[in-house]
Write a protein that binds this ligand. Structure first.
Ligand SMILES: *[C@@H]1O[C@H](CO)[C@@H](O)[C@H](O)[C@H]1NC(C)=O
Ligand SMILES: *[C@@H]1O[C@H](CO)[C@@H](O)[C@H](O)[C@H]1NC(C)=O
Ligand SMILES: *[C@@H]1O[C@H](CO)[C@@H](O)[C@H](O)[C@H]1NC(C)=O
Length: 110
């Protein structure tokens, strides 16, 4: 029971790391003409149900981020590198500047 609670806490903390990383990205978006991210990425729903976000069923962590064709402007914050289970990042057809964190050794489409 204690072990179970402990494990649950670790999983919750880990997904909240992903949430913090994505909220940081949201804060760095200066223009979101379709209000995709600005309206949908809120704390009232799980990160895994956010637009463009796919969680792995195995780890229950953010595994893919697909914000392609959303006409987003802004910068990519280094906190995006905290998505430690991310395997796919698609940012095609946006105006996002800034470096993709080097810790991400994944499929990246820009
Ligand atoms: C965000 O978008 C997803 C997918 O379209 C939807 O299921 C979810 O309810 C939306 N959440 C909010 C807070 O609008
Ligand atoms: C959303 O949740 C994060 C982390 O739990 C918190 O830091 C942030 O202040 C919250 N934002 C809002 C608008 O409630
Ligand atoms: C991202 O979404 C677009 C539109 O749905 C799709 O065409 C594209 O293949 C997706 N990218 C990845 C890496 O799955």
């Amino acid at each position: 029971m204690i072990a179970y609670a402990f494990l649950t806490t670790i999983i919750a903390m880990s997904l909240s790391t992903d949430q913090t990383a994505l909220l940081s990205l949201k804060q760095h978006i200066t223009s979101d003409p379709f209000a995709a991210v600005s309206r949908n990425w809120t704390n009232s729903s799980s990160v895994c149900s956010w637009i463009g976000v796919t969680c792995s069923s195995r780890h229950h962590r953010v595994a893919a981020l697909n914000l392609s064709h959303m006409s987003l402007s802004g910068t990519i914050p280094p906190q995006l590198g905290h998505l430690s289970f991310l395997v796919s990042l698609d940012l095609k057809s946006n105006l996002l500047s800034g470096a993709i964190p080097q810790v991400l050794e994944i499929l990246i489409i820009i």
